[in-house]
Ligand binder design. Sequence first.
Ligand code: SF4
Length: 283
Amino acid sequence: MSKIKIAELFYSIQGEGKYMGVPSIFLRTFGCNFSCKGFGMPRGELSTEADDIATVVHHFTNYNELPLVSTGCDSYASWHPDFKDLSPMLTSDAIADRIMEILPHKTWKDEHLVITGGEPLLGWQRAYPDLLRHDSMQDLKEITFETNGTQKISNDFRTFLFNWKKYGHLDREITFSVSPKLPCSGESWEDAIQPSVVCEYEWFGTTYLKFVVATEQDIADAECAVGAYRAAGFTGHVYLMPVGGVENVYNLNAKNVALAAMTRGWRYSDRLQLPLFSNAWGT
Ligand code: SF4
């Protein structure tokens, strides 16, 4: 039976993108190909917040005890190797059982499943078919993969995705919420902007781009990236979302980001987990 290393598994309201406001199960896998230490930092500088917390990792027994950060990746413990012991390796049976426990009606109603990370399309692609074929998952109709848009879909997983829609409920929906990392993340353009990979996601489901921005330079970078995706044939929607894992940073730029999206005919994505739950772990 397949196993997945799970950073977090919780029930909340989706705060971002197309499914904003929808009650959702979040399955946060462990591991990422990036570290995004540039968020919230002056250009060229990298945050040390996650590394600083890692020096006292022995003080924490679970995710809910971990501090929030105002710079760098706000889900740092889902990929930073020093936090790996907080993330158990669970079988698909154990994950499906836990999902049934935390769903309010102990079965799928209108909830949707968000597979997030870390980067959920790393090696765990091989384990998702086992989980999604589980008896408890048969009434699930909508899945979103929240990805950084750098990982190709494997041949086996591609076959599974086609069949999941074809042989399940006719109204089953797969969505790829792609958050490409702009230079403000600290990652390089060459590694982060992969138009041909993202265009392939459009074969399997609704795919949109969601750029996390704070400054005029970030928005100019997003425009440049959108040009590259469009040139490769990408047809989906574009969202701008304000940077900010903590409220004071988010409040500073949310309105400007909304105005920038309107000017360009793009969509604005809020981060509802901030005003609703202060972006705490498990929300
Ligand atoms: S890609 Fe996402 S999860 Fe990975 S380091 Fe960047 S922000 Fe964090």
